[in-house]
Design a protein around this ligand. Structure first.
Ligand code: MYA
Length: 565
C-alpha cells in the first residue's frame, strides 16, 4: 500500500495469492475439524449471550484443544500456527460465537502478543507455557478514561524504585477485555519524563498481584459473554525485568501489537459474514411471498450479490495480509488497519442486510440475527476506531510521498549534492507521464477491472502529491481529505486482493471452475468503481467547509434548534 501512494504496483508482493501448503495445511484442517465439533457440541452462543458468561467447562475444553496457544511456538507449549492459520481458526470461532472469539482474541491477538513479538527469552520461558495451555489468561491494558484513540496520552504511571529493581504502578485502565479473570496483563504506563517533551510509554508484564483490582463487569450491547472491566493499579510492584522491550519504547510496542491483532478481528468479521450469508441464503429460499420464494425478487438478489462480493473481498484482503506476515514482510501496519476498517464495515453492512432479509424474525430475540447485529457493532469501535484508523491510513500512506517531496525541495536548494535524488525523481515523473503502472499478472478475463484499478492508483498518487504541495503539514488537520484518501486506499487494496486471488483460482480451475471468483470480483469492482469515482471527484469538488461550518456554528445550541410548529 505504501507503494501505491507513490503510484506503484508491487505485483511481486501480491502475486501469487498466498496459500497454506503441506504440513501446515494438514494441521489446520485437522484443527478446524476438532474446533467445529467443539463449537457445535459445546458452545451455545444464545445461552452465552443470555447468561453474560462463557461456562467454565466450555472454556476448559477450549484450553484442552489448544485454542489459547494457537500462535505460541511449540517450544513454549503452543501450536505454533502462523498468521494465516491463526486467522483461519479465529474465523471459525467468530462465525459461531463472538463472545468466545473476543475472549480468545483478547488473550492471544493482543493480550500476550507483546511478549511473543518483543519479549526477552527469559520472559517467554516464564510466561508463555502457562498462557499457551490457558492455565493463565492474558489481557491487553492500554485504554484509559482520557486516552482512547489518543493512546499516547495515557496517565497511568510507573516509577522506578531507588534501587532499580522494580517499578511502582499507579492508575487505571478501562474497558479491558478478559479483565475479570485475566492473570497476566500487558500494561502501558508512563515512565520518567524525557527531555524532548514527548510522552514516553513503557510496556510491562503485570501479574495479578497485591494492589491490582478489577471492577464490576460492564453491561454491554453485545459480546455479552466476554468479560469487560476496569483495572485499577494501586502501588502495584512490577519487577524491572518485566519491562517488554526497552523502557520508553512502549508506544511502538502497543502499535506493533495492534497492527498484528487487527487481523484477528478482520478474520473474525469474515467468519461472521460467512455465517450470516448461510442464514440469508437459507432464508431467501424458504421464505415465500407473492407465491414465490423471496430469493426470486430483484432487490433480494441485489443484496445477496453484494454480500457475497464484499465477503469475498474481505476474505481476500485479510488472507493476502496474513500471507504477507507469514512471508515476513516487515511493515504491514497500513494493510492491517485497512482490513480492520473494511472488515468491521463489511460485517456491519452484511449483518444489517441479513436482518433486513429476515425482516420480522430478524428483530426477535428468539433468532440469532439481532444478537449478531449487537455483537458486530463493537468491531467499528475497538482495536482503534474506524475514524482514527482512516486518519492513520491516509497520513501514514502520505508520509512516504511527503518525505520525498521535502527531500526533493531540499535537493533543489543544493542541486549538486542532491543530484542523485533529483535524477531519480525526474525519472519517476517521466515514467508516470507515460501513463499509470500496469498489472502484468492479472488474468486477461479480469483486464477491465485491472485497468480501472491501475487508473485509480495513479489518481491516488497524483492527488496525494498535489495535496501535499498545496497544504504541506496542514494535511495533518484535514480529516475530510484524509477520509477520502483512506477510502480510496481501502478499495484499491481490497480489489488488488480479489484480482490476485481470482487469477490464482482461474489458473488452477479454468474460467468455468473459477466462476464464483470472477463474478464476486466483478461485482465488487463495480461497487469500487462508483465509490472511487465519487471520492476522486471529491478531491476537487466538495462541501467540506460548509459541513465544518454547519457543525461548528451549532455547537452552542442545545440540540436541534429549529421547530416546524
Ligand atoms: S485495545 C485499544 C485499541 N486502541 C487503539 O487502537 C488506539 C488507536 N490509536 C492509535 O493507533 C494511535 O494513537 C494513532 C497515532 C495511530 C492515532 N504502526 O505521532 P503519531 C508511529 C507502527 O502519529 P499519535 C482494544 O480496543 C508513527 O509512525 N507505527 O502518534 C482491545 C510515529 O513513529 P515515529 C505507528 O498522533 C479490544 C509514532 O508512532 C503506528 O499519538 C479487545 C508516533 O505516531 C502503527 N500503527 O497517534 C479486542 N501508529 O515517531 C479483542 C503510529 O518513528 C479482539 N506509529 O515517526 C478480538 C477480535 C476477534 C473477534 C472478532 C469478532 C467478529
Amino acid at each position: 500500500m505504501k507503494g501505491m501512494f507513490h503510484g506503484g504496483i508491487s505485483e511481486e508482493l501480491v502475486f501469487p495469492f498466498p496459500q497454506l501448503k503441506g504440513e501446515e495445511l494438514e494441521n489446520v484442517q485437522l484443527m478446524l475439524e476438532s474446533v467445529r465439533r467443539y463449537l457445535d457440541e459445546k458452545v451455545d452462543a444464545r445461552a452465552i449471550d443470555h447468561s453474560h458468561e462463557i461456562p467454565k467447562d466450555v472454556l476448559d475444553e477450549a484450553k484442552s484443544l489448544g485454542l489459547f496457544g494457537l500462535q505460541i511456538p511449540t517450544e513454549y507449549g503452543g501450536l505454533g500456527l502462523g498468521a494465516s492459520a491463526y486467522s483461519r481458526v479465529m474465523q471459525e470461532v467468530a462465525g459461531h460465537d463472538s463472545s468466545m472469539a473476543v475472549t480468545l482474541g483478547a488473550h492471544q491477538s493482543i493480550g500476550l502478543k507483546a511478549i511473543l513479538l518483543y519479549g526477552s527469552e527469559a520472559q517467554k520461558r516464564q510466561y508463555l507455557p502457562a498462557l499457551a495451555s490457558g492455565e493463565r489468561v492474558a489481557a491487553f491494558a492500554l485504554t484509559e478514561p482520557d486516552a482512547g484513540s489518543d493512546a499516547a496520552s495515557i496517565k497511568t504511571r510507573a516509577e522506578l524504585s531507588a534501587d532499580g529493581t522494580h517499578y511502582v504502578l499507579n492508575g487505571s485502565k478501562i474497558w479491558i477485555t478478559n479483565g475479570g479473570f485475566a492473570d497476566v496483563f500487558t500494561v502501558f504506563a508512563r515512565t520518567a519524563e524525557e527531555g524532548d517533551g514527548k510522552p514516553k510509554l513503557t510496556a510491562f508484564i503485570v501479574d495479578r498481584s497485591e494492589g491490582l483490582r478489577t471492577g464490576a463487569p460492564e453491561g454491554k450491547l453485545g459480546i455479552r459473554g466476554s468479560s469487560t472491566t476496569t483495572v485499577y493499579f494501586d502501588n502495584v510492584k512490577v519487577p524491572a525485568a518485566n519491562v517488554i522491550g526497552e523502557p520508553g519504547r512502549g508506544f511502538k510496542v502497543a502499535m506493533g501489537v495492534l497492527n498484528n491483532g487487527r487481523l484477528g478481528l478482520a478474520a473474525g468479521c469474515v467468519g461472521m459474514c460467512r455465517t450470516l450469508l448461510k442464514l440469508a441464503l437459507e432464508r431467501v429460499q424458504e421464505r415465500r411471498a407473492f407465491s414465490k420464494s423471496i430469493g426470486e425478487f430483484g432487490l433480494i438478489k441485489d443484496k445477496i450479490a453484494g454480500m457475497l462480493a464484499r465477503t469475498y473481498a474481505l476474505e481476500s484482503a485479510t488472507y493476502l495480509t496474513t500471507g504477507l506476515i507469514d512471508a515476513d514482510v516487515g511493515d504491514y501496519s497500513l494493510e492491517s488497519a485497512i482490513c480492520k476498517v473494511f472488515g468491521s464495515e463489511c460485517l456491519w453492512w452484511v449483518v444489517n442486510e441479513t436482518l433486513q432479509i429476515a425482516a420480522g424474525i430478524g428483530y426477535m430475540t428468539e433468532y440469532p440475527y439481532e444478537r449478531m447485529l449487537r455483537d458486530a457493532r463493537i468491531n467499528l469501535i475497538f482495536e482503534g476506531t474506524n475514524e482514527i484508523l482512516r486518519c492513520f491510513i491516509a497520513l501514514s500512506g502520505m508520509a512516504g510521498p511527503g518525505k520525498q517531496l521535502s527531500d526533493v525541495s531540499k535537493a533543489m536548494r543544493e542541486p549538486i549534492k542532491g543530484f542523485g535524488l533529483l535524477a531519480d525523481f525526474a525519472a519517476k515523473k517521466v515514467r508516470s507521464a507515460f501513463g499509470p503502472e500496469r498489472f502484468t499478472r492479472v488474468h486477461p478475463i479480469l483486464a477491465r477491472e485491472a485497468v480501472m484499478l491501475e487508473d485509480h492508483v495513479a489518481h491516488l498518487a497524483r492527488h496525494v502529491e498535489n495535496t501535499l504541495r498545496k497544504h504541506g503539514r496542514k494535511i495533518a488537520e484535514m480529516q475530510f481529505v484524509q477520509r477520502r484518501v483512506a477510502d480510496v486506499a481501502i478499495d484499491l487494496y481490497a480489489l488488488t486482493a480479489c484480482l490476485s486471488r481470482a487469477t490464482q483460482a482461474i489458473e488452477k480451475h479454468g474460467t468455468e471452475g473459477a466462476w464464483r471468483h470472477i463474478e464476486y470480483t466483478r461485482v465488487f469492482a463495480n461497487d469500487c468503481r462508483e465509490r472511487l469515482a465519487r471520492n476522486v471527484a471529491g478531491f476537487e469538488q466538495n462541501d467540506d467547509e460548509l459541513r465544518k461550518e454547519t457543525a461548528t456554528r451549532t455547537y452552542g445550541d442545545a440540540g436541534y434548534a429549529l421547530d416546524v410548529i
